[in-house]
Design a protein around this ligand. Structure first.
Ligand code: HEC
Ligand code: HEC
Length: 471
């Protein structure tokens, strides 16, 4: 019994060890992940190619609650890895507890889609454009610049004073300047890196030439469900493929609404603008449970309700934007598929084959922050650095621009100032309990390391920022 407890504890410790912190010398592999050869769509723009460094910064931004005004909400609060980067809540909580207007979207395989516009109503013209909108949303993260709230500029100023961003922006972009464009690029790289291709569907698809082929690894029900998904309604199918196109299961770019028009949280308001769906991959988790309610309003909490919706699309006179593919024959009325109970069950069985495993647990997409909110970054030559625990008065100001002061109450014996790459710039011993000013007028802006040797021989490394550029 005791042995197992110890073992469990050890596993937990090693798990924490692997997950926490980021080794900047060996960033995780985001850019060179394996993509199956049958995947054709890719919306990566040439001006923001996926890179390991950029995605690493994106990961930090994605999990950082400091990006919300109240410090309570990060992107990851509504886009949770364990739920396919979606949310189980119908509407998610914003930074002061207000609810989002629509249901959060899973962020699986956002990259592998022809459609370049994002959000249910496609109001963002690119993923880059999308990523800083939640930060500036009054309800979601709060840096809206309206209603008396500060704007994105003030967030960027705050970020420059956090211990890790100057270092990380320098690591990715070569200098510590924080701009909205750079934030967008890094966040979009991280989101595009989130891929899921280890599903039962992929294992079958890799063995055949087309989606229509019999998948050797599928059950009879799953193969039958696949045929129903692919075939148009007038050929005995359900026509799903017309809009959610295998093998990416991305939404066809010219789609109009699908007849789900009710605004969440209202009695009878309609919203005809929702014409986009995330990939139909990973609707379910590996255990077969839905990753959250479905559709822009989270109206359906089972896949059976979804299938029933398409089986008999509601005919609402207010819906002037229903996709013509969901009309009845000759454009009259709405689609009535008349699927039998078995056919519905087959379709559900097929949709369950679209879930992967790795994306739910891979540490490279997990929270890099420590439980106390600090972030450990390690970089060549310096095994670890932290600024959070250093009393602010000891070395000030940080960021600095011309002179840096060391307040020597702690019995510091000497200091060494290194540049970002670990090259020595200057060093000196300190007189006991005498404050020291380091003159740095000719230093280039960027990240430096200050290594203090304490009286007891311990060394403390502090990351400091020459912020000439930021002023
Ligand atoms: C308070 C909850 C919340 C937070 C915080 C949040 N999101 Fe979202 N996200 C949503 C909701 C809700 C939607 C759908 C909104 C809509 O379509 O109107 C969405 C949509 C998206 C989409 C569009 C996906 C698609 O397929 O079109 C992306 C990408 C995204 N969020 C990324 C982010 C990033 C990056 C951040 C952090 C900067 C973030 N989100 C913060 C709730 C949130
Ligand atoms: C005419 C195009 C079209 C067809 C055909 C279609 N869909 Fe959709 N589907 C959409 C649109 C648009 C949305 C997003 C609508 C919304 O949320 O308001 C959507 C959303 C969904 C969702 C919810 C996704 C999520 O993340 O919440 C599921 C599941 C789904 N469709 C399954 C199917 C199945 C199964 C079929 C075949 C029976 C099908 N769809 C046929 C356009 C279509």
């Amino acid at each position: 019994m005791k042995k197992y407890t110890l073992l469990a504890a050890l596993c937990l410790v090693s798990l924490l060890f692997i997950q926490a912190g980021i080794n900047l010398n060996q960033p995780d592999n985001y850019a060179a992940q394996t993509v199956p050869n049958y995947i054709n769509q890719d919306n990566t723009p040439p001006f923001n190619m996926l890179g390991d460094k950029g995605a690493t910064l994106g990961r930090v931004l994605f999990y950082d609650k400091n990006l919300s005004l109240t410090g309570t909400v990060a992107c990851a609060s509504c886009h949770k890895q364990e739920f396919g980067f979606g949310d189980t809540a119908q509407l998610s909580d914003g930074h002061t507890g207000g609810k989002t207007g629509r249901h959060s979207m899973r962020l699986i395989n956002s990259r592998f889609a022809q459609e370049v516009r994002f959000f249910w109503d496609e109001r963002a013209t690119s993923l880059e454009d999308q990523t800083t909108r939640p930060i500036q949303d009054h309800i979601e993260m709060g840096y809206s610049g309206s209603n008396g709230d500060p704007d994105l500029d003030s967030l960027m100023k705050k970020m420059a004073t956090l211990p890790y961003y100057p270092a990380l922006f320098t690591y990715v972009f070569g200098d510590a300047t924080i701009t909205e464009t750079r934030m967008q690029q890094a966040l979009a790289q991280f989101v595009r890196s989130i891929q899921s291709f280890d599903s039962k569907y992929d294992a079958g698809r890799a063995q055949v030439n087309t989606d229509a082929d019999f998948f050797p690894n599928f059950s009879t029900a799953e193969n039958a469900g696949k045929a129903i998904f692919l075939a148009p309604p007038n050929q005995g199918g359900a026509g799903c493929q017309g809009c959610h196109r295998a093998p990416e299961f991305d939404i066809a770019p010219n789609t109009q609404n699908n007849g789900v028009i009710h605004v969440a949280g209202t009695v009878d308001d309609v919203d005809l603008t929702n014409t986009r769906s995330p990939s139909l991959r990973d609707l379910f988790n590996p255990q077969g449970q839905l990753n959250g309610p479905l559709m822009h309003n989270g109206e359906f909490s089972t896949i059976e309700e979804v299938i029933e919706h398409y089986n008999s699309v509601p005919n609402d006179v207010r819906n002037t934007n229903l996709d013509p593919r969901l009309r009845g024959p000759g454009g009259v009325g709405t689609q009535q598929l008349n699927l039998g109970p078995n056919q519905k069950a087959f379709l559900a069985a097929f949709l369950k084959t679209l879930s992967g495993n790795n994306v739910y647990t891979d540490p490279k997409w997990s929270d890099p922050f420590e439980p106390d909110g600090s972030l450990n970054l390690s970089l060549v030559g310096l095994d670890k650095f932290e600024t959070a625990k250093t009393p602010a008065t000891q070395v000030y100001p940080n960021p600095f621009s011309q002179n840096l002061n060391i307040h020597n109450e702690a019995g510091i014996r000497s200091y060494r100032l290194l540049n970002m790459d670990g090259k020595l710039i200057q060093e000196s011993t300190l007189a006991v309990s005498m404050d020291q000013t380091i003159f740095c007028t000719n230093l280039r802006p960027g990240i430096y390391w200050l290594i203090l040797e304490l009286g007891d021989g311990r060394k403390e490394t502090i990351k400091i920022l020459n912020a000439e550029l930021l002023r």
